[in-house]
Design a protein around this ligand. Sequence first.
Ligand SMILES: Nc1ncnc2c1ncn2[C@@H]1O[C@H](COP(=O)(O)OP(=O)(O)O)[C@@H](O)[C@H]1O
Ligand SMILES: [Mg+2]
Length: 342
Amino acid sequence: MIDTQLSPLPRRIRVAVIGGGQNSEHEVSLASAASVRAALDPAVFEVQSLTVDRDGYWLRADGQPLAATRARSFAAAVGLIADCDVAFPAVHGPRGEDGSLAALFELAGVPYVGAGVRGGALAMDKWATKLVAAELGIRTAAGRLVDAGTAAGLRPDRFPVVVKPVAAGSSHGVGLVHRIEELDGALADALAHDHRVLVEEFVTGREVDLAVLERADGSLLVGPALEIVVAGAAERTALFDTAQKYDGSAVFRIPAPLADAEEKALREAALALFTALGCRSVARFDFFLTPEGPVLNEVNTMPGMTAQSQVPKMFEQAGLPYPALLDQLLRSALSDRTQDHR
Ligand SMILES: Nc1ncnc2c1ncn2[C@@H]1O[C@H](COP(=O)(O)OP(=O)(O)O)[C@@H](O)[C@H]1O
Ligand SMILES: [Mg+2]
């Protein structure tokens, strides 16, 4: 049972809620941050709104840059963050979720929601995540790591393959390749997002995601599994692509109908990965469920955070409404000041 009746905080808490970001998930991060701001109880939290624009300038709530140059706008933002009790960086993708923002808060000594530097950096790197998963005995898609040099002349043994940047998100640069003639185009798309690219076997399975939430007392709570019903995936003709992610056509099933053994395997894998990668706060673990068991696809240490996003929906189903989830995340971050379990 989830405790939604938390004791009152001693005073109003100043929270820096950061959105946007300098990557292809900018819009998604704006939506996450706006949703977080709207849901925080003003009687408990005083919000300091900050946005990073596509060029890396830090903006105030009214959309104006904090200073005339990028570096000075950043410096001004650090000053504002330093005056806050806690930070909520609702920024997905590189220069957000990859440890960059965590590093800023660490150096400033401001508690924050989300993974630390190491957990964020490791999970953002889909290749490093595979290596950690393999050590834990958790399967991932067989894949090759290439760059612009080694990609030339690549000849996969079998098709279809999935070509994707090592560090990106929202399916940007992710391509499904059925024939050799399509490979170069897909590689170029992926290489536009990252200089390292994965070429993976296509895994046929149900897409099932689990979230792990770290509570203020340090205990870990696994939410109910969520299945994404992706039209065309079983026929190997489609991916959960950017359009399906944000046009409202994707169907989430919560809880995902699972056999007990499947659920146990997924939960154990998610918890083992949370610890091994050094996650904190909350993280979402995305799997393919195959007849041979779970195959890990990727880990998100700042998953989508709008009220309609997967993680809030999972915990809502478990009896923790969205505002209470945000409250838990902030309390857990604040308690980290003394617990130091990063
Ligand atoms: N090896 C794979 N086999 C089958 N589908 C895949 C594979 N890798 C990715 N996909 C599909 O592409 C989507 C996006 O890939 P993912 O690695 O999750 O990138 P992102 O970080 O952009 O979400 C997944 O949700 C899934 O539908
Ligand atoms: Mg994904």
